[in-house]
Every structure is written in C-alpha cells, then in structure tokens.
Design a protein around this ligand. Structure first.
Ligand SMILES: [Zn+2]
Length: 419
C-alpha cells in the first residue's frame, strides 16, 4: 500500500514556503529514498498554500495504479475530486494504459465544501511562453473583458517538464526559462509566480517509464503524466487560485483522430480534452483552452502580437534567440514562412539555422504526413496548410518518399559499417 500522511506547511531556509507530506511505501519498493512529497513557492505566496491533501492525490494515484496498490490518504480531500477519480478518472487511465489497474483510495473524510468557488480570486495560467501558453494569455487576458474570466496571474512550475528532478540541469533550465519569460509577465502587467516540487522524482522511478527510452529521450516523457504533476502544483495553491486555464496542446479533432495512437505513450494526446475537466475541486475550476484551435490557427492568431515576437520560447534559446532548427521551431517557422511573415521574426529565431537543410526538413514533414503515427496530425496539418497557399514549397509525396528511402538506407549502411 501507499500511505500519505503528516501534511504540514513549513518555511524553508531559502525564503520559500512549502506544503509537504510523508510517503510510506509498504509491500513495494520505496520510489524515492524515504523522502516525502512537497510543493513550494516563495514565502510571499504562503497564504495560497492549501492544507487539503488534494495536491497529494493525483500522482500517488498514478503510482498506486502502476503498482496495483491501495492508496491511504490520512487526511481530507475534495469530495468532487475524489468522486471524479473513483468514478471516471481511473477508468480513463486504465483505458490509456494496460499497465494501470483500478485501486481503492481510503481518505479521512472530505474538505469543507461550503468554501465554493468565489469571485475575486486568482485566475491563472502557465507562462512557459510556447504557442499554447501565449495563445491562452492572448485570448484570456488581452481579449477577455469579463473580470470573472480574465487572467490576473501567471505561474511557472518546475515539476517535470524540464527533466529529471535529480539532474541539476533540469532546475537550471527552469530558472533560465523564468529569467527569459519574466519580462513578458512584467510587460503584460501580470504577476509571475513560481512553484517547485519534487513530485517528478517519484514518477521518474516508476517501472513503466522504460517506455521513454524507446523514444530516445534523456528526460522523462512528461506527456505521459506531466499534467497530473502540474495540476497537483495548482491544487497546492488552491487557497489563492480560483480558476486555472490549462493551455491545451491538441485540438479536439486531433485527439479524436490520434488519441488511440497515443495510448500508453502520451496521456495529453490520448484524453486531455475530457480528462482535465474532471480534475476539479470545490475551490478550483480548470478550463482547458486551445482545444478549439489547430496549431496552425494558434500560430496565425498570435503572429502579429508583439509579445510573441519578443518572448516566444520553446526552451531552445541561445543568447535570447530561438534555435530555429528543433522540431518546435521548424514547425512554427514553416507556418510563418507560408504566411510570408518569416522576416518579421528575424530577431526571434535563428533563421540561418532554419534555412540550412530546409528541403530535407520538409521531406521529413511530408513523409511523416503520409505515415500513421501519433506524430502525423501535426505534420499533416502543415502539409495541408502549404497546399492551401499559393507559395507551396513543400516537396511532393513522391519526392519525399524517394528522399526518405535513400536517407534511411544510408543510415542503415552507416550503422552496419560501425558494427
Ligand atoms: Zn528550437
């Protein structure tokens, strides 16, 4: 069994405060050296930290389901969250991965539900400053006039998206991203809050994370569980936050079309449009934003916004300029290229790096668009976008196929010669 107990709010020596619990693994391996789970924030935000166990429910649930262990929470949780988990969420997770099994969750009662969602609290979202995040800020802050829905705070969480908790580089990457993105929040006039956690230290040690190695990643595939960690960070601050916009990665249609290919690999692509609305408490309403747009539509939507030109960030900045050659940069630049706006972004991206081997990059996109894999929807969307415009410079299907045939043959021969 997994036991979560002894919740406390405490100050740490670095000027931060945190809500922490002890974790007891009985009858199974300890996943993280006997340590507990915590969520922390600068002490000026201490009043936001919640004494509910909600923040310690989702990730221990995923671990319990992975190891077929019952979960014992020695404290109170939200009745709404508990009911949704017991009735719906576990079913969705079992459909997502055959490695997961339904488990019992025992709690010591429910939090006071008279504290319903109130007006005047914090309405937040993430400010990673990627396309999804910026589209959410653009729609829900710049273009939102209703104070009940208008964003009034931004959050950046260090809970897995930057890599393994034990790797100091992951925290350096997080700090660097905060330094790059903070001026965007200042320019928008929004407070930029930091949240850190060690919750991904536990997730990274789950046995089924071997999957990530199949995809050649040195860091976790946070897509498989990352947003459970992000929501847990928000639950930890639910004394202050009333609404939270979750910037969706995938369009409704894309999830319908590609979800089945993402089974066991990418929880977001499998079900984010219908799982996220179930992760609610009486105090926090989560709103998924972005499902109504394709990636191309998001890029088009914010391409004239000076904040995008100045602060777009995919975590690949060098000296303040995006690399121009990673898959995220290539995808957005291809769209801007067709729109005829690429030169407007000459100080945002390294355009020289983008144009180097561009034909080869496009052959990869064209080829991916022809194959059936979880990645194809994005590639197909770009190819369709090129087709719909006059200056279609995407290689033909035949050209891409021939190129990829020789590309793969060459790689195979090179590998054989190495052996
Ligand atoms: Zn890049």
């Amino acid at each position: 069994m997994i036991e979560i107990k002894n919740l406390r709010i405490e100050d740490t020596s670095d000027g931060w405060s945190r809500v922490a619990v002890d974790v007891n693994f009985e009858g199974m391996d300890d996943l993280y050296n006997g340590e507990g789970i915590w969520f922390s924030t600068p002490s000026k935000n201490k009043h936001m930290l919640s004494e509910s166990y909600d923040a310690f429910l989702l990730v221990p649930l995923y671990i319990a389901m992975s190891y077929k262990q019952d979960l014992y929470i020695r404290g109170k949780v939200s009745k709404r969250l508990y009911k949704n988990i017991m009735t719906y969420v576990q079913t969705i997770l079992c459909e997502y991965s055959e490695r997961l099994s339904k488990v019992n969750i025992f709690v010591d009662g429910f939090s006071n539900t008279t504290n319903q969602i109130k007006n005047g609290g914090i309405i937040g979202t993430s400010f990673s400053c990627g396309i999804d995040s910026l589209t959410t800020i653009y729609d829900c802050y710049i273009n939102e006039q209703d104070e009940d829905y208008k964003l009034n705070a931004l959050f950046l969480c260090d809970c897995g998206a930057y890599g393994n908790y034990q790797d100091p580089k992951s925290h350096e990457a997080y700090n660097q991203e905060y330094i790059y993105n903070r001026p965007a929040a200042d320019e928008l006039g929004l407070p930029a809050h930091q949240v850190k956690s060690n919750v991904h230290a536990f997730m990274g040690n789950i046995k089924d994370f071997q999957l990530d190695k199949l995809h050649g990643r040195n860091i976790f595939n946070s897509g498989s569980w990352g947003y459970l960690a992000t929501f847990s960070c928000v639950f930890a601050l639910q004394e202050g936050i009333n609404k939270y916009y979750y910037p969706n990665s995938y369009e409704y249609e894309e999830i319908k079309e590609c979800g089945k290919y993402a089974r066991g690999y990418d929880l977001s692509k499998f079900c984010e449009s219908y799982l996220v609305p179930l992760l609610q408490t009486e105090n926090i309403e989560f709103i998924t934003h972005g499902c109504q747009y394709t990636r191309t539509q998001k890029t088009e939507r914010i391409s004239d916004w000076h904040i995008m030109k100045k602060y777009l960030n995919f975590g690949c900045k060098k000296n303040g300029i995006l690399c121009g050659q990673c898959s995220k940069c290539t995808r957005v630049l291809c769209i801007l290229d067709v729109m005829g706006k690429i030169e407007e972004f000459s100080t945002t991206f390294d355009l020289k790096a983008y144009r180097k081997n561009l034909f080869i990059k496009k052959c990869h996109i064209r080829y991916n668009a022809m194959t059936l894999s979880p990645a194809t929807a994005g590639a197909r969307e770009i190819v369709e976008y090129y087709k719909a415009h006059k200056n279609n410079t995407m290689p033909s299907a035949l050209t891409a196929w021939i190129y990829m045939f020789f590309y793969r043959a060459r790689r195979k021969i090179a590998r054989m010669l190495k052996i």
